[in-house]
Design a protein around this ligand. Structure first.
Ligand code: AMP
Length: 287
Protein backbone atom coordinates (compact mmCIF):
# COMPACT_ATOMS: atom_id res chain seq x y z
CA UNK A 1 0.00 0.00 0.00
CA UNK A 2 1.32 3.38 -0.96
CA UNK A 3 0.88 6.30 1.41
CA UNK A 4 0.42 9.64 -0.32
CA UNK A 5 0.37 12.89 1.60
CA UNK A 6 1.38 15.26 -1.17
CA UNK A 7 -1.44 16.74 -3.30
CA UNK A 8 0.62 16.91 -6.51
CA UNK A 9 1.65 13.30 -6.05
CA UNK A 10 -2.01 12.29 -5.69
CA UNK A 11 -2.92 14.23 -8.85
CA UNK A 12 -0.05 12.66 -10.81
CA UNK A 13 -0.91 9.19 -9.55
CA UNK A 14 -4.60 9.61 -10.45
CA UNK A 15 -3.62 10.82 -13.93
CA UNK A 16 -1.51 7.68 -14.37
CA UNK A 17 -4.56 5.56 -13.61
CA UNK A 18 -6.70 7.05 -16.36
CA UNK A 19 -6.60 3.90 -18.47
CA UNK A 20 -5.59 1.50 -15.71
CA UNK A 21 -9.00 0.29 -14.54
CA UNK A 22 -11.80 1.59 -12.37
CA UNK A 23 -10.82 3.64 -9.34
CA UNK A 24 -12.77 3.23 -6.09
CA UNK A 25 -12.62 5.84 -3.35
CA UNK A 26 -13.62 5.75 0.32
CA UNK A 27 -13.25 9.11 2.07
CA UNK A 28 -12.97 8.88 5.87
CA UNK A 29 -11.89 10.92 8.86
CA UNK A 30 -9.90 7.96 10.15
CA UNK A 31 -10.28 6.18 13.49
CA UNK A 32 -11.47 3.33 11.31
CA UNK A 33 -14.16 0.88 12.41
CA UNK A 34 -16.21 -1.90 10.83
CA UNK A 35 -18.56 0.64 9.23
CA UNK A 36 -15.62 2.04 7.25
CA UNK A 37 -14.38 -1.46 6.50
CA UNK A 38 -17.71 -2.38 4.91
CA UNK A 39 -17.26 0.51 2.46
CA UNK A 40 -13.66 -0.52 1.78
CA UNK A 41 -14.66 -4.14 1.12
CA UNK A 42 -17.35 -3.01 -1.30
CA UNK A 43 -14.81 -0.84 -3.14
CA UNK A 44 -12.28 -3.68 -3.28
CA UNK A 45 -14.89 -6.00 -4.75
CA UNK A 46 -15.97 -3.61 -7.43
CA UNK A 47 -12.91 -1.59 -8.44
CA UNK A 48 -9.44 -2.44 -9.70
CA UNK A 49 -7.64 0.42 -7.94
CA UNK A 50 -8.72 1.64 -4.52
CA UNK A 51 -7.99 4.74 -2.47
CA UNK A 52 -8.96 5.41 1.13
CA UNK A 53 -8.46 8.95 2.35
CA UNK A 54 -8.03 9.95 5.96
CA UNK A 55 -8.61 13.64 6.38
CA UNK A 56 -10.20 15.59 9.20
CA UNK A 57 -10.92 19.04 7.86
CA UNK A 58 -13.72 19.49 10.35
CA UNK A 59 -15.71 17.49 12.80
CA UNK A 60 -19.31 18.36 13.49
CA UNK A 61 -19.54 20.70 16.46
CA UNK A 62 -20.85 18.96 19.56
CA UNK A 63 -20.49 15.51 18.00
CA UNK A 64 -18.27 14.30 20.82
CA UNK A 65 -15.53 13.69 18.27
CA UNK A 66 -12.23 15.33 19.14
CA UNK A 67 -10.25 16.44 16.08
CA UNK A 68 -7.05 16.38 18.14
CA UNK A 69 -7.65 12.71 18.95
CA UNK A 70 -7.71 11.52 15.36
CA UNK A 71 -3.92 11.53 14.71
CA UNK A 72 -3.51 9.16 17.65
CA UNK A 73 -5.28 6.50 15.61
CA UNK A 74 -3.22 6.98 12.46
CA UNK A 75 -0.70 4.18 13.04
CA UNK A 76 -3.51 1.78 13.85
CA UNK A 77 -5.55 2.94 10.83
CA UNK A 78 -2.60 2.49 8.45
CA UNK A 79 -1.93 -0.96 9.82
CA UNK A 80 -5.56 -1.88 9.25
CA UNK A 81 -5.55 -0.49 5.71
CA UNK A 82 -2.29 -2.29 4.91
CA UNK A 83 -4.01 -5.56 5.85
CA UNK A 84 -6.57 -4.96 3.08
CA UNK A 85 -5.78 -4.70 -0.62
CA UNK A 86 -6.19 -0.94 -0.71
CA UNK A 87 -3.67 0.57 -3.15
CA UNK A 88 -3.34 4.07 -1.72
CA UNK A 89 -3.91 5.62 1.68
CA UNK A 90 -4.30 9.31 0.90
CA UNK A 91 -3.49 11.54 3.87
CA UNK A 92 -3.55 15.14 2.70
CA UNK A 93 -2.21 17.73 5.11
CA UNK A 94 -4.69 20.34 6.31
CA UNK A 95 -2.28 23.17 5.48
CA UNK A 96 -1.99 21.98 1.88
CA UNK A 97 -5.74 21.47 1.47
CA UNK A 98 -6.54 24.85 2.98
CA UNK A 99 -3.58 27.23 2.61
CA UNK A 100 -3.90 30.58 4.39
CA UNK A 101 -5.13 32.30 1.22
CA UNK A 102 -7.73 29.63 0.41
CA UNK A 103 -10.77 31.51 -0.84
CA UNK A 104 -12.99 29.31 -3.01
CA UNK A 105 -15.73 27.21 -1.43
CA UNK A 106 -18.99 25.70 -2.56
CA UNK A 107 -22.07 26.67 -0.62
CA UNK A 108 -25.04 24.32 -1.09
CA UNK A 109 -28.36 25.96 -0.20
CA UNK A 110 -31.87 24.90 0.74
CA UNK A 111 -33.31 22.37 3.18
CA UNK A 112 -30.51 19.92 2.42
CA UNK A 113 -28.04 22.06 4.35
CA UNK A 114 -30.45 24.13 6.43
CA UNK A 115 -32.79 21.61 8.09
CA UNK A 116 -32.10 18.89 10.68
CA UNK A 117 -28.29 18.45 10.75
CA UNK A 118 -28.05 21.83 9.00
CA UNK A 119 -30.14 23.63 11.60
CA UNK A 120 -27.13 23.82 13.89
CA UNK A 121 -24.39 22.85 11.45
CA UNK A 122 -24.80 24.77 8.20
CA UNK A 123 -21.16 25.92 8.15
CA UNK A 124 -19.94 22.40 8.87
CA UNK A 125 -22.03 20.87 6.08
CA UNK A 126 -20.72 23.46 3.62
CA UNK A 127 -17.16 22.80 4.68
CA UNK A 128 -17.83 19.09 4.27
CA UNK A 129 -19.18 19.74 0.76
CA UNK A 130 -16.09 21.72 -0.25
CA UNK A 131 -13.78 19.12 1.27
CA UNK A 132 -15.42 16.21 -0.55
CA UNK A 133 -15.34 18.09 -3.83
CA UNK A 134 -11.60 18.75 -3.38
CA UNK A 135 -10.97 15.07 -2.61
CA UNK A 136 -12.95 14.06 -5.71
CA UNK A 137 -10.78 16.39 -7.82
CA UNK A 138 -7.57 14.99 -6.38
CA UNK A 139 -8.43 11.27 -6.51
CA UNK A 140 -10.69 11.36 -9.59
CA UNK A 141 -12.48 8.14 -8.72
CA UNK A 142 -14.94 6.31 -10.92
CA UNK A 143 -16.95 5.20 -7.90
CA UNK A 144 -17.07 6.74 -4.41
CA UNK A 145 -18.50 4.90 -1.42
CA UNK A 146 -20.51 6.37 1.46
CA UNK A 147 -22.52 5.07 4.39
CA UNK A 148 -26.28 5.50 4.71
CA UNK A 149 -25.70 6.33 8.38
CA UNK A 150 -24.78 9.87 7.34
CA UNK A 151 -27.92 10.23 5.21
CA UNK A 152 -27.83 14.01 4.96
CA UNK A 153 -24.20 14.03 3.83
CA UNK A 154 -25.11 11.36 1.27
CA UNK A 155 -27.93 13.53 -0.05
CA UNK A 156 -25.61 16.56 -0.23
CA UNK A 157 -23.02 14.58 -2.19
CA UNK A 158 -25.65 13.33 -4.64
CA UNK A 159 -26.75 16.92 -5.15
CA UNK A 160 -23.19 18.22 -5.65
CA UNK A 161 -22.48 15.50 -8.21
CA UNK A 162 -25.70 16.31 -10.08
CA UNK A 163 -25.51 20.10 -9.84
CA UNK A 164 -21.84 20.37 -10.78
CA UNK A 165 -21.93 17.58 -13.42
CA UNK A 166 -19.28 15.51 -11.73
CA UNK A 167 -18.58 12.25 -13.54
CA UNK A 168 -18.49 9.97 -10.49
CA UNK A 169 -20.81 7.12 -9.54
CA UNK A 170 -21.89 6.99 -5.92
CA UNK A 171 -22.56 3.87 -3.90
CA UNK A 172 -24.37 4.08 -0.60
CA UNK A 173 -23.89 1.13 1.75
CA UNK A 174 -26.28 0.15 4.56
CA UNK A 175 -25.56 1.23 8.11
CA UNK A 176 -23.40 -1.27 9.97
CA UNK A 177 -24.87 -1.90 13.43
CA UNK A 178 -23.92 -3.71 16.58
CA UNK A 179 -26.11 -6.70 17.46
CA UNK A 180 -28.13 -4.46 19.78
CA UNK A 181 -28.99 -2.10 16.89
CA UNK A 182 -26.58 0.72 17.82
CA UNK A 183 -25.11 2.20 14.65
CA UNK A 184 -21.33 1.82 14.67
CA UNK A 185 -19.78 5.31 14.86
CA UNK A 186 -16.58 7.03 15.85
CA UNK A 187 -18.50 9.02 18.47
CA UNK A 188 -19.51 5.78 20.25
CA UNK A 189 -15.96 5.71 21.63
CA UNK A 190 -16.99 8.55 23.96
CA UNK A 191 -19.74 6.42 25.54
CA UNK A 192 -19.48 4.57 28.85
CA UNK A 193 -20.84 0.99 28.84
CA UNK A 194 -24.08 2.26 30.43
CA UNK A 195 -24.43 5.09 27.92
CA UNK A 196 -23.77 2.64 25.12
CA UNK A 197 -26.64 0.51 26.32
CA UNK A 198 -28.89 3.58 26.67
CA UNK A 199 -27.98 4.69 23.13
CA UNK A 200 -29.59 1.57 21.66
CA UNK A 201 -32.92 3.33 22.22
CA UNK A 202 -32.21 5.40 19.10
CA UNK A 203 -32.59 2.43 16.78
CA UNK A 204 -35.60 1.19 18.76
CA UNK A 205 -37.18 4.62 18.31
CA UNK A 206 -36.67 4.44 14.54
CA UNK A 207 -38.31 1.01 14.60
CA UNK A 208 -41.19 2.48 16.64
CA UNK A 209 -41.65 5.04 13.86
CA UNK A 210 -41.67 2.22 11.31
CA UNK A 211 -44.23 0.31 13.38
CA UNK A 212 -46.74 3.18 13.41
CA UNK A 213 -46.22 3.68 9.67
CA UNK A 214 -46.93 0.01 9.13
CA UNK A 215 -50.11 0.44 11.16
CA UNK A 216 -51.28 2.93 8.56
CA UNK A 217 -50.16 6.20 10.17
CA UNK A 218 -49.03 8.75 7.58
CA UNK A 219 -49.06 12.03 9.57
CA UNK A 220 -45.47 13.20 10.10
CA UNK A 221 -46.23 14.62 13.55
CA UNK A 222 -47.60 11.29 14.78
CA UNK A 223 -44.66 9.30 13.44
CA UNK A 224 -42.22 11.80 14.93
CA UNK A 225 -44.03 11.60 18.29
CA UNK A 226 -43.78 7.81 18.32
CA UNK A 227 -40.02 8.10 17.81
CA UNK A 228 -39.61 10.90 20.39
CA UNK A 229 -41.69 9.00 22.98
CA UNK A 230 -39.44 5.97 22.64
CA UNK A 231 -36.28 8.09 23.05
CA UNK A 232 -37.85 9.68 26.15
CA UNK A 233 -37.92 6.26 27.85
CA UNK A 234 -34.12 6.54 28.30
CA UNK A 235 -33.21 9.39 30.63
CA UNK A 236 -29.55 9.27 29.55
CA UNK A 237 -30.52 10.10 25.95
CA UNK A 238 -31.54 13.67 25.08
CA UNK A 239 -33.34 14.05 21.80
CA UNK A 240 -32.15 16.72 19.38
CA UNK A 241 -34.69 15.86 16.68
CA UNK A 242 -36.81 12.97 15.46
CA UNK A 243 -38.14 13.69 12.00
CA UNK A 244 -39.49 12.30 8.77
CA UNK A 245 -38.35 13.90 5.53
CA UNK A 246 -37.60 13.30 1.87
CA UNK A 247 -34.30 11.42 1.60
CA UNK A 248 -33.07 13.43 -1.40
CA UNK A 249 -33.95 16.99 -0.36
CA UNK A 250 -34.42 16.67 3.41
CA UNK A 251 -37.53 18.80 2.98
CA UNK A 252 -40.68 18.22 5.02
CA UNK A 253 -43.36 15.86 3.76
CA UNK A 254 -47.15 16.12 4.02
CA UNK A 255 -47.73 12.41 4.48
CA UNK A 256 -45.43 9.40 4.85
CA UNK A 257 -45.28 7.22 1.74
CA UNK A 258 -42.64 5.02 0.13
CA UNK A 259 -39.60 7.26 -0.28
CA UNK A 260 -39.54 8.60 3.28
CA UNK A 261 -36.55 8.86 5.61
CA UNK A 262 -36.91 8.59 9.40
CA UNK A 263 -34.04 10.36 11.14
CA UNK A 264 -32.99 10.90 14.73
CA UNK A 265 -30.21 12.89 16.36
CA UNK A 266 -29.65 12.63 20.10
CA UNK A 267 -27.10 13.45 22.75
CA UNK A 268 -25.74 10.74 25.01
CA UNK A 269 -23.28 12.24 27.46
CA UNK A 270 -20.64 14.07 25.40
CA UNK A 271 -21.57 12.26 22.20
CA UNK A 272 -24.09 13.33 19.60
CA UNK A 273 -25.39 10.34 17.68
CA UNK A 274 -27.33 10.28 14.43
CA UNK A 275 -29.18 7.41 12.84
CA UNK A 276 -31.89 6.79 10.27
CA UNK A 277 -33.96 4.16 8.52
CA UNK A 278 -35.32 4.50 5.00
CA UNK A 279 -38.69 3.46 3.55
CA UNK A 280 -37.55 3.14 -0.05
CA UNK A 281 -39.65 4.24 -3.00
CA UNK A 282 -39.96 0.58 -4.01
CA UNK A 283 -41.50 -0.16 -0.62
CA UNK A 284 -38.58 -1.83 1.20
CA UNK A 285 -37.17 -0.82 4.55
CA UNK A 286 -33.43 -0.14 4.86
CA UNK A 287 -32.79 -0.56 8.55
P1 AMP B 1 -16.38 9.31 8.82
O1 AMP B 1 -14.98 8.81 8.96
O2 AMP B 1 -17.17 9.28 10.09
O3 AMP B 1 -16.46 10.63 8.10
O4 AMP B 1 -17.13 8.26 7.88
C1 AMP B 1 -16.60 7.90 6.63
C2 AMP B 1 -17.61 7.12 5.86
O5 AMP B 1 -17.97 5.95 6.60
C3 AMP B 1 -18.91 7.91 5.63
O6 AMP B 1 -19.38 7.64 4.31
C4 AMP B 1 -19.83 7.32 6.66
O7 AMP B 1 -21.20 7.40 6.30
C5 AMP B 1 -19.37 5.87 6.68
N1 AMP B 1 -19.80 5.21 7.91
C6 AMP B 1 -19.58 5.63 9.18
N2 AMP B 1 -20.19 4.81 10.06
C7 AMP B 1 -20.81 3.84 9.32
C8 AMP B 1 -21.61 2.72 9.65
N3 AMP B 1 -21.91 2.37 10.89
N4 AMP B 1 -22.08 1.96 8.62
C9 AMP B 1 -21.80 2.28 7.34
N5 AMP B 1 -21.04 3.34 6.97
C10 AMP B 1 -20.55 4.11 7.95
Amino acid sequence: MRIITNLEEMTETARGWLSGGSVGFVPTKGHLHIGHLALIQAALQECEINVVSIFVDAVAPGSGEDPAAYPHYLAQDLQLLASTNVDVAFLPRAGDMYPPDFSTSIAPTGPLVERLEGASRLAYLRQFATGILKLFQLVRPDIAYFGQKDAQQVAIIHRIVRDLNIDINLRVLPTVRENNGLAVATSNAALSPMQRQAATVIHRALLAGKAVVENGETRPASIEKAMADMVATESAVKLDYAAVCRPDTFSEIDAAAPGTLLVIAAYVGMARLIDNILWTSDDRWLL
